[in-house]
Design a protein around this ligand. Structure first.
Ligand SMILES: *Cc1c(COP(=O)(O)O)cnc(C)c1O
Length: 494
C-alpha cells in the first residue's frame, strides 16, 4: 500500500506506511493518504463477528499497513488493546434507547478516546524506525492543554527507542489533569510545567521544532524530534477499526442483520474520528449517513451546509473543550478523496492566506451524500446529559452529549429507523464537574470532590485510572520559563 500527500500534484511520489508514520507530515505540508482504500466485504465482516477486538484490529490494520507483518501487528494490538490496558474490552457498543448505540471509546488508561489511537501509534512508530533504517532514536515533544499530554504519556511510556517530553501551562490545566501528568510512570518520560498559558507552551515547542541548531545538537546525540500530532496516519488508521468492531457487535447482538445499513454520529473537533468512519464506509461497511456534531464552535456545521469553510469567527471556550477547534486539520483528507490533490492544495492555500475557502458544487454534492452537520450550545449539552440519565439511565460526558443532541436533531428532521452508532469519546468522570452540575444544578467544591459527588449521585464507580489520583506519588514538579524550554529538551536528550 502506497501513501501520497494530499497536496501533491505528482501522485507517483509515494512512501510506505512506515515512512508515513515516521514522517507524520508530508514535505509539502500535506497529509499522507493511501492511494487506494482497501475493501472489506460482508463475508469478511461476518468472519470477524465472533472475534475479539484485538483480532478485528489486526485484520483491518493489516489492509493499510502492509509493510508490517501480521505477527508484528498482533503483538502491538495485544499490547495496546488487551486486558491490561482495556480491562473488560476496548470498544463496547451500548444501547442508549434501542435506536442510538454508544460506542464507548474511553475504557483505556486515560478515560478518553485518544487512547484508542495513542496506545498503538507509538508501537507502530517504534517499528517504523527499524523498517525505514532510521539509526537515531525519536524524541516526542508535546505542548498540551491537558488531555492529549496525558494520553501521549501513557501511549509512549516505556516504548523502545522513543522518549517523550510534555510541556503544560502551570495555571492552564485542571488539578486532576496536573495530577495525572505529574504522577506518570515510565523511564522514558518527562513532564514540565511552563510559566504562561497554553499558547506560550505551544509556541515554545514550535520554536524548538524549527530550530536548526537544536536539531543538529540532537542529531549528534543520535536523536531526532517528532510529534504525536493527530494528523499522523498512525493515529488515524487505528480509528477505522472500532467502526468495523461496532458493526460486528451489532450483528452479534442481533440489532442489525448482515448488510443492514447504520448511521454514525461523531462529536467532532479535528475531523479525525469522523473521517475514520468515512474510510470504514468507503471500504464497504454499511454506513449510510455520517452525522458531524459540533459545539458552539460550529465551523463544520456551516461548512457542511454551505460549502464555505470560514475560520474568521469568534472562538468559544465550552464544556466540551476537545471540540473547541476552528481549523479541523483532517478535513483536508476528505477534500483530497473527493476533489483531488490539486484542488485540495488550493483550498489549503486559501485557508492559510484568508482563513476561508469555498468548495465547488460537485465536491459539495459528494459531501452532502455522506455527511450532515448539527451543533449544540451549552444549555442543550447540559439538558442532553440530564435527559439521557433521567430517561434512559445513560450517563454521558459533555462531548458525547453534543453528539447525542446532534443525533436527536437528525432523527427529528429525517425520521427513519436506521440504528445510529454514536461515538462516545470520554468517560463522564473525565469532565465530572460539568456533568455533575448538568445533572444536579449544583457545583462540587473542586474537581476531585466532583469525582466522588458524581459517583454518589449516579451510583456508578469512579474509573480506576482516576480513582485515588491524589494519593499517587508525584514524580514531576518542575516549573520553568518558556525561554528555558530548549535547554530543558537538550538536557533530556542526554
Ligand atoms: C479529541 C476529542 C474529540 C474530537 O475528535 P476529533 O478526532 O479531533 O474530531 C472529541 N471528544 C473528545 C473527548 C476528544 O478528546
Amino acid at each position: 500500500m502506497k501513501y501520497a500527500s494530499t497536496r501533491s500534484i505528482d501522485q507517483t511520489k509515494t512512501v510506505s506506511a512506515a515512512q508515513a508514520i515516521k514522517q507524520g507530515l508530508a514535505d509539502d505540508g500535506g497529509l499522507f493518504m493511501p492511494l487506494e482504500i482497501p475493501s472489506l466485504g460482508m463475508d469478511e465482516i461476518l468472519a470477524l463477528k465472533d472475534k475479539t477486538y484485538v483480532d478485528r484490529a489486526v485484520y483491518v490494520l493489516s489492509k493499510f499497513l502492509d509493510d508490517y507483518t501480521e505477527e508484528e501487528l498482533r503483538r502491538d494490538c495485544e499490547a495496546a488493546y488487551g486486558e491490561t490496558k482495556f480491562p473488560g474490552g476496548a470498544a463496547p457498543c451500548v444501547s442508549i434507547d434501542g435506536r442510538i448505540y454508544a460506542l464507548e471509546l474511553w475504557h483505556g488508561p486515560t478515560c478518553a478516546f485518544k487512547d484508542m489511537a495513542l496506545q498503538i501509534m507509538p508501537r507502530l512508530l517504534c517499528r517504523a524506525l527499524d523498517k525505514t533504517g532510521e539509526k537515531r532514536d525519536a524524541m516526542i515533544l508535546v505542548a498540551t492543554s491537558g488531555d492529549t499530554g496525558k494520553a501521549a504519556l501513557e501511549g509512549y511510556c516505556d516504548v523502545d527507542r522513543i522518549k517523550i517530553k510534555v510541556f503544560y501551562p502551570v495555571d492552564g490545566v485542571s488539578r486532576v489533569q496536573k495530577l495525572q501528568m505529574a504522577t506518570q510512570g515510565g523511564s522514558n518520560v518527562d513532564v514540565c510545567a511552563i510559566h504562561g498559558n497554553f499558547d506560550d507552551a505551544q509556541t515554545g515547542v514550535k520554536k524548538i521544532f524549527s530550530d536548526a541548531a537544536i536539531a543538529k545538537t540532537l542529531d549528534g546525540e543520535g536523536v531526532f524530534l517528532s510529534s504525536a500530532n493527530s494528523i499522523n496516519w498512525g493515529r488515524l488508521a487505528p480509528q477505522i477499526v472500532y467502526y468495523v468492531s461496532a458493526y460486528c457487535d451489532l450483528l452479534k447482538s442481533g440489532a442489525v442483520k448482515p448488510g443492514e445499513a447504520i448511521d454514525v454520529c461523531v462529536p467532532t473537533g479535528n475531523f479525525g474520528n469522523i473521517f475514520a468512519a468515512y474510510i470504514a464506509k468507503s471500504m464497504g461497511l454499511p454506513i449510510e449517513k455520517l452525522i458531524c456534531a459540533s459545539n458552539r464552535n460550529n465551523v463544520l456545521t456551516d461548512f457542511l451546509r454551505d460549502g464555505v469553510y470560514d475560520r474568521n469567527r469568534k472562538f468559544y471556550t465550552t464544556m466540551s473543550p476537545s471540540m473547541d477547534i476552528l481549523i479541523s486539520s483532517n478535513l483536508e483528507r476528505l477534500l483530497y478523496v473527493l476533489a483531488g490533490a490539486e484542488k485540495t492544495a488550493g483550498y489549503m492555500r486559501a485557508l492559510s492566506q484568508d482563513g476561508r475557502y469555498e468548495i465547488d458544487a460537485e465536491t459539495k454534492a459528494k459531501i452532502g451524500e455522506n455527511f450532515l452537520g448539527y451543533f449544540c450550545d451549552e444549555e442543550l449539552t447540559k439538558a442532553t446529559i440530564r435527559d439521557a440519565f433521567d430517561q434512559n439511565g445513560y450517563l454521558c460526558d459533555t462531548h458525547t452529549a453534543v453528539g447525542l443532541a446532534a443525533a436527536k436533531q437528525y432523527i427529528a428532521e429525517h425520521g427513519g429507523d436506521r440504528k445510529i452508532v454514536l461515538a462516545s469519546t470520554a468517560s463522564p468522570y473525565k469532565f465530572a464537574n460539568d456533568v455533575y452540575t448538568a445533572l444536579t444544578g449544583k457545583k462540587a467544591a473542586d474537581e476531585l470532590a466532583a469525582l466522588s459527588a458524581l459517583a454518589a449521585y449516579t451510583h456508578t464507580e469512579i474509573p480506576a485510572p482516576l480513582a485515588g489520583i491524589d494519593t499517587r506519588p508525584v514524580r514531576f514538579t518542575k516549573t520553568i520559563d518558556a525561554s528555558d524550554m530548549p535547554a530543558d529538551v537538550l538536557a533530556f536528550a542526554k
